[in-house]
Design a protein around this ligand. Structure first.
Ligand code: ADP
Ligand code: MG
Ligand code: ZN
Length: 611
């Protein structure tokens, strides 16, 4: 709105300026030479001037040798007194032919334009725009019940399954769906039921939307795309009628696919209290259910939906006949990551030293979107260094950037803070060498990054689907090592360890309540955590145990953390020299890479202990 207004203002002002300049330059003349009033006065005294025409604030001057000059004066200054003030004697002035043009009409016109017509024009423009908007709004209000549904027609940059790396099972299932729409008879003849709804579930960035678009590209049938958040708008009841509209449109075009992205926006568990009991959402959800149930046996419409919150979806959505096919998109494993990286490197010039496998090794837990981002950042880095191709180091640097946020070298840190950070990070790094079952250190640094003051990057050598208790305990010890090192060296602790401690407590609680790794409490899962693990975060674990057990859990959580702390203390106490050496190296170099780090600790010959 503001932008539009601004634009029309500019246009109006431009019109005004053009008008004024046309008026003032309507009488064309040869280009006179500009002179100053002072100069003009001198020329008049010298008797060189034959004629002066006063045209409002412009003085057109004709000299005796037929040259023209132009000077300007203040609009309200009277020319004769002006010249007298410049010391021109009356006789000299009398020798000049003075003509004062009657400017009243012109002034009137200009005055009228500036004071009456222009504001009127502006007002008219404003009114015009406002009424247009109002009409637009009214139209919108009338069309509120229509879904803002997008028919996929963009075949130019069409995406197909080839553009989705990995996700084999998901692709297979979806291929089936596509096949079904293309030859329904083949399936119906065998008595197979038409799948109604397919739900794509997976963490953010795992390629759900991408895959749906690939289905569109493959399908060869109309593909309608809507984001669930578009269903719900200001007015109550809109969601339901939009839903109806969307389904109707899809049905009319049958066989067709209707894709509802981010369905969790409307499909939340009804009455769950999360985000309030939003009536509008419930009605929309009900309408979706009604529509899906209303499909005839031979309606060839398949509803595809995507969500990264399957845990909060209303169970009614998941019943047979609705979204009964569910496709889980996991984070890619190592070879899938390699494939995704290759795909995203296709249109980028990569150097000969690029090793996609190695990059994949360094990126466990990255989603497809993260990997796309890594390759993009690497290209930006290479461009910034004025290189023609992307090399391996660019990619490594961009991995860290994606992982930890950009380096903030410019951040000013006091020497004391630097020392604390150095010992803190040295603590993490040393303990990961001193404890059994820890992942190797990739890099230690005291360059501040994102929100972290420094960081120790430790990566598993291979993808882990399973993790053992010993590994978790090793992680805990490494996490606490920063805190322990600070305390040991400075006799005090800083806030720098807060996020370490938070992570440690969370891990420890999971060990006890989720993974049954506490000997005291046994192999029991506490709290209703169905499908929450999938998201890696806890939203509202229902408490299904007594207060007594709750206290026991707290004890055990604490026990694990303390045990890890003790191990870290032991390692750091018995290896103070190594700790100091690493910290000093960090203060000097700021960043130590894997090989250099292991060279540094090798002479100390640490014997890894278990936690
Ligand atoms: P989601 O909808 O699951 O949050 P998107 O489908 O929007 O994720 O994925 C975001 C981007 O990540 C895609 O545009 C694509 O560039 C990249 N991406 C994700 N998964 C893959 C994959 N399997 N293959 C190739 N690129 C992928
Ligand atoms: Mg998406
Ligand atoms: Zn730390």
């Amino acid at each position: 709105m503001v932008k539009q207004l601004g634009k029309s203002l500019i246009v109006l002002t431009a019109v005004f300026l053009v008008l004024v300049s046309v008026l003032s330059f309507s009488e064309s003349r040869e280009k006179p030479e500009p002179i100053s009033l002072n100069n003009l006065a001198q020329k008049i005294v010298a008797g060189e001037i034959s004629e002066v025409v006063v045209d409002y604030n412009v003085l057109e001057v004709l000299s005796r040798d037929a040259k023209t000059f132009v000077a300007s004066k203040e609009a309200d200054a009277d020319f004769v007194s002006l010249m007298r003030n410049y010391g021109v004697p009356a006789e000299a002035l009398q020798a000049v032919d003075l003509e004062v043009k009657d400017n009243t009409t012109k002034e009137l016109v200009i005055g009228a334009i500036t004071t009456i017509i222009l504001p009127l024009l502006l007002l008219a423009g404003l009114m015009f725009m406002l009424t247009r908007r109002a009409v637009g709004n009214a139209n919108q209000a009338f069309s509120f019940g229509r879904a803002n549904i997008h028919l996929f027609t963009n075949f130019k940059d069409r995406i197909t399954f080839k553009d989705v790396a990995g996700a084999k099972e998901a692709k297979q299932e979806l291929e089936e769906v596509v096949d079904f729409l293309k030859n329904p008879k083949k399936f119906l003849d065998l008595g197979a039921k038409i799948p109604r709804g397919v739900l794509l579930m997976g963490p953010p960035g795992s390629g759900k939307t991408l895959l749906a678009r690939a289905v569109a590209g493959e399908a060869g049938v109309p593909f309608f795309h809507i984001s669930a958040s578009e269903f719900v708008e200001m007015f109550v009841g809109v969601g339901a009628s939009r839903t109806r509209d969307a389904f109707q449109t899809a049905k009319k075009a049958s066989p067709s696919i209707l894709f509802i992205d981010e369905i969790d926006a409307v499909g939340r568990e009804r009455g769950a209290g999360l985000g309030g009991g939003h009536d509008e959402r419930e009605q929309t959800l009900n309408q979706i259910l009604v529509e899906m149930d209303g499909f005839d046996r031979d309606t060839n419409v398949i509803v595809l939906a995507a969500t990264n919150r399957p845990d909060i979806l209303d169970s009614a959505l998941l019943r047979p006949g609705r979204f009964d096919r569910r496709i889980v998109l996991d984070l890619p494993d190592i070879s899938e990551r390699e494939e995704i990286l290759r795909l995203h490197a296709k249109e980028k010039p990569v150097g000969p030293d690029i090793d996609f496998r190695k990059i994949a090794v360094r990126t466990p837990g990255f989603s497809g979107a993260d990997l796309a981002n890594v390759m993009n950042e690497a290209a930006i880095l290479a461009a910034r260094n004025n290189k023609k191709t992307i090399d391996q180091q660019n990619v490594y640097d961009s991995i860290e950037k994606v992982l930890l946020g950009p380096e903030r070298r410019s951040k000013i840190v006091s020497d004391k803070e630097k020392r604390v950070t150095a010992f803190h990070e040295a603590g993490h790094a040393l303990v990961s060498v001193g404890v059994k079952n820890s992942d190797p250190v990739h890099k230690v640094s005291i360059v501040s990054r994102g929100r972290a003051g420094g960081y120790t990057l430790k990566l598993p050598t291979e993808d882990q689907r399973l993790k053992t208790k010993e590994q978790f305990l090793a992680d805990l010890a490494v996490l606490l090592a920063g805190f322990v090192a600070e305390k040991q060296v400075f006799g005090d602790v800083s806030t720098g360890a807060s996020s370490d401690l938070k992570t440690a407590s969370e891990i420890s609680r999971k060990l006890v309540t989720r993974f049954g790794m506490s000997d005291k409490l046994g192999p029991i899962v506490f709290g209703d955590t169905e499908e929450l693990i999938f998201l890696g975060r806890e939203i509202s674990a229902e408490k299904n145990y007594s207060e007594k057990v709750a206290a026991l859990i707290d004890d055990e959580v604490k026990e694990f953390v303390l045990r890890a702390k003790k191990a870290a203390e032991k390692i750091l106490k018995t290896n103070t020299k190594a700790l100091t050496k690493i910290a000093e190296a960090l203060l000097k170099e700021e960043t130590i890479e894997q090989e250099a780090f292991y060279r540094l600790v090798k002479p100390f010959n640490l014997k890894p202990i278990s936690v």
